[in-house]
Design a protein around this ligand. Structure first.
Ligand code: DGJ
Length: 729
């Protein structure tokens, strides 16, 4: 065996409970292994930490030390594969970190010091690598937390210094990856209100492609911080190598994809440094948000199942628990309601058979009643004209109808026409010397101010204290931040970053007191969806666009990154599709309704009631099962997706017509994820009253269903078809 192999010190997350490794630097090779993959870091003789590999695991761990010499990471001006590229010294490509030291010097050269591996449990390990500058008392710890079975890694950095005065962080990324492949295809998203998650896929060429946000809050209105990169060729659903990433940050983010002169993909993900130089005091630790990623060599389907099971097991609140079906009143009443009207809606909630009634915007404000979106936001006192008997009455009425009660809030925001604005103009984000700018007639509160944090926490706490049986909150956030300026912050350039930390601080307090209560994350539609904030929520609102054909596309793209039980899908009156189609589309995630139940014809109501019952029968498959995308709506007349329970004994298949062409329809669609040796019974679900199914109930082997497939007979007149797949008894 080559002597250098013997000298190579291999330390993977699999090795030890807690180990500090400080060996001869040139001997250190650090593989970060998960079930199928390895990310390999290596220390050079001059103590630079490089990333040398990201791909399928090798059988012989000793061979990780031989990878670097096979690859070309260098060009005329040095190596490009630093694991956390510093700025102002040797590396002149895009940096992960740039600083201005206390003395004004802007150079940084981070060198490896040591690393530790902590085994948190059988699945989770944390690798921490300490880097230090040789001239300045400035250090960074890189953290890689692996989730072995899920093939997922979360990466973040902790930055600190002991210089004589403050240091300014000009850039402070969470992660800096270097990936070697024969080509890179980036799929990313753009959008706007009611047009979220519009995908674009492109080959990455030399130079830098950046996706980012500078909106402050509602930060992913135009671009969300999720993406996928296919390696070597665009990945398919079940083949090809593909990486998914999400910056767990609910504010300005920046993700750079740089194809360097040696053809590597350098990926740098973190808080956006736009107008956000961060002033860091000596001795204080700055912890960046986490960047979560997964890699699959079996295509987009496996990558999304990795991320979804990680999210259910480790990230979202109650990921393995149930969800509440609901009736919401936003589109059925808007701001126009009163007690008798709501009492009627509570009865409708029961009639429909869903678990909860959700009261939306418009229940508060007295001096400036919230009768439209121009006034009252910030005044969280019940509007006495609409609700003379307070929220308590509605909670009581809900109980009498045997349903739960939930409520909408938007606690980070204020209308200028409000008592809150009159009392606390200094709590509002605005430029003191410039005219105010509004989005939806409102401004954002300055959460960096601890008094504002107390106020926002108080809005939630007050509701739960006064109404202990309140079952659910929808937390909205409709405005971006114009005129970024805080009357509280000493360093204005810390503001954008501190705003998000402050939001998380408030949500931490909410969760400390109310650990499990379901919260829906809404942001004028899907303007704020990422794993940084989903950690506090049970579900999110993907878009205000509930036209069901559009929704298929939005829900489809979200499904790559987020589990179905987090996607709040409401049946509304948007568009011209019949009720069956609208309900069938909403059922592929977390089912809710926002229609006037009283306007449904008897057969429509009966259909909805049966659909709710069917949803309850299959909710375990949808919420906690494995998701398989069968036919992409962008490439086929018919979109098809299925969910299989872990035991592979029960599955549900959703099929939707997305083309209006004359002969558009389905043929056989191959199922996935079943047991080839089991027999399954196929039958149609959600058949509209008075209609006959064209799918004869029959038994097939799993092998048949996955090789030949099943034709759901989707066509004009049968535009949505749901199929039950049950192990034959
Ligand atoms: C925007 C949300 O996306 C809607 O669902 C609704 O809650 C309104 N805000 C209420 O103002």
């Amino acid at each position: 065996m080559n002597k250098s192999y013997l000298n190579t010190l291999l330390t993977g997350a699999f090795l030890c409970l807690f180990t500090v490794i400080s060996a001869k630097a040139q001997d250190v090779v650090i593989p970060v292994e998960t079930k199928d993959n390895a990310l390999v870091l290596q220390v050079t003789p001059d103590k630079l930490l490089n990333m040398v590999y990201f791909g399928s695991k090798l059988t012989d761990k000793n061979e990780y030390g031989s990878i670097a010499k096979m690859y070309n990471f260098s060009g005329t001006i040095g190596s490009y594969n630093n694991a956390y590229t510093s700025s102002g010294t040797r590396n002149l490509l895009e940096p992960a970190i740039a600083v201005t030291h206390a003395d004004g010097n802007k150079s940084l050269d981070l060198k490896y010091v040591n690393h530790t591996v902590t085994k948190i449990n059988d699945d989770v390990s944390l690798l921490s690598i300490k880097l230090k500058d040789s001239v300045y008392d400035f250090e960074v710890t890189l953290n890689y937390q692996t989730y072995y079975n899920e093939d997922v890694t979360e990466q973040w950095s902790v930055i600190t210094h002991h210089e004589k005065k403050d240091v300014v962080l000009n850039k402070y990324a969470s992660a800096n990856l270097c990936i070697k492949a024969g080509g890179y295809w980036l799929k990313h998203y753009h959008g706007d209100w009611a047009q979220e998650m519009q995908p674009e896929e492109e080959a990455l060429n030399h130079g830098i492609k950046t996706i980012d946000s500078k909106l402050g809050t509602r930060a992913d209105l135009f671009e969300p911080p999720v993406f996928m990169v296919s390696l070597n060729k665009p990945a398919g659903e079940d083949e090809g190598e593909v990486m998914y990433g999400n910056l767990e940050w609910s504010g300005n983010f920046r993700i750079d994809f740089e194809v360097d002169p040696a053809n590597n993909l350098r990926l740098i993900a973190g808080i956006n440094n736009f107008a956000a130089d961060y002033v860091l005091k000596p001795g204080v630790e700055f912890t960046t948000p986490k960047f979560v990623y997964t890699l699959s060599n079996k295509g987009k389907g496996e990558a999304s199942r990795n991320l979804q099971s990680w999210a259910r097991n480790y990230k979202i609140v109650d990921g393995n628990g149930p969800r509440l079906t609901l009736l919401n009143n936003w589109e059925s009443t808007y701001f126009d309601f009163n007690e008798p009207k709501l009492a009627g809606l509570l009865k409708d909630t029961k009639k429909l058979g869903v678990d909860m009634f959700l009261l939306d915007d418009g229940w508060f404000g007295n001096k400036y009643p919230r009768n439209g979106d121009h006034a009252g936001l910030g005044d969280w006192q019940v509007n006495k004209a609409k609700l003379p008997n307070d929220i308590a009455y509605l909670v009581k009425e809900a109980k009498a109808n045997d349903v739960k009660f939930g409520i909408w809030i938007e606690p980070e925001m204020v209308n200028p026409k409000s008592e809150l604005y009159e009392k606390h103009p200094d709590w509002v984000i605005k430029q003191p010397q410039r005219p105010e700018l509004y989005m939806r007639n409102q401004l954002v509160l300055d959460l960096t101010n601890p008094k504002v944090q107390d106020f926002v926490f108080g809005v939630v706490d007050d509701l739960f204290t006064k109404n202990p049986e309140l079952a659910y909150i929808k937390w909205d956030c409709n405005s971006i931040i114009f005129n970024a300026y805080s009357a509280y912050e000493k360093n204005q350039s810390n503001f954008y970053t501190d705003y998000v930390f402050a939001l998380y601080k408030v949500l931490d307090r909410v969760r400390a007191k109310y650990p499990k209560v379901p919260l829906m994350l809404c942001s004028g539609g899907g303007g704020r969806v990422d794993y940084g904030v989903l950690k506090y929520f049970t579900e999110y609102w993907p878009s205000d666009d509930t036209e069901p054909v559009e929704r298929i596309f939005i829900q489809w793209e979200n499904s790559y990154f987020y589990p179905a039980l987090t996607s709040s899908n409401h049946v509304t009156d948007w568009g011209k599709q019949p009720i069956k189609f609208r309900v069938d589309v909403a059922m592929m995630g977390k089912l809710g309704f926002d229609i006037v139940i009283g306007k449904l014809k008897p057969d429509e109501l009966a259909f909805c009631q049966n659909a709710v019952a069917t949803y309850k029968q299959f909710s375990d498959e949808i919420w906690h099962g494995d998701q398989y995308r069968l036919q992409n709506p962008r490439e086929n007349d018919v979109a098809s997706i299925m969910y299989v329970n872990p035991a592979k004994t029960s599955a549900i298949m959703f099929n939707y017509l997305v083309s209006t062409r004359y002969h558009a329809g389905s043929s056989a669609i191959k199922l996935k994820g079943l047991n080839p040796d089991k027999m399954y019974t196929i039958s149609e679900l959600n058949v509209f009253p008075g209609r006959r199914s064209t799918i004869a109930e029959a038994n097939y082997s799993g092998k048949f269903l996955m090789t030949v497939g099943v034709n759901p007979d989707v066509r004009d007149g049968r535009a949505s078809v749901l199929i039950a797949v049950k192990e034959t008894k």
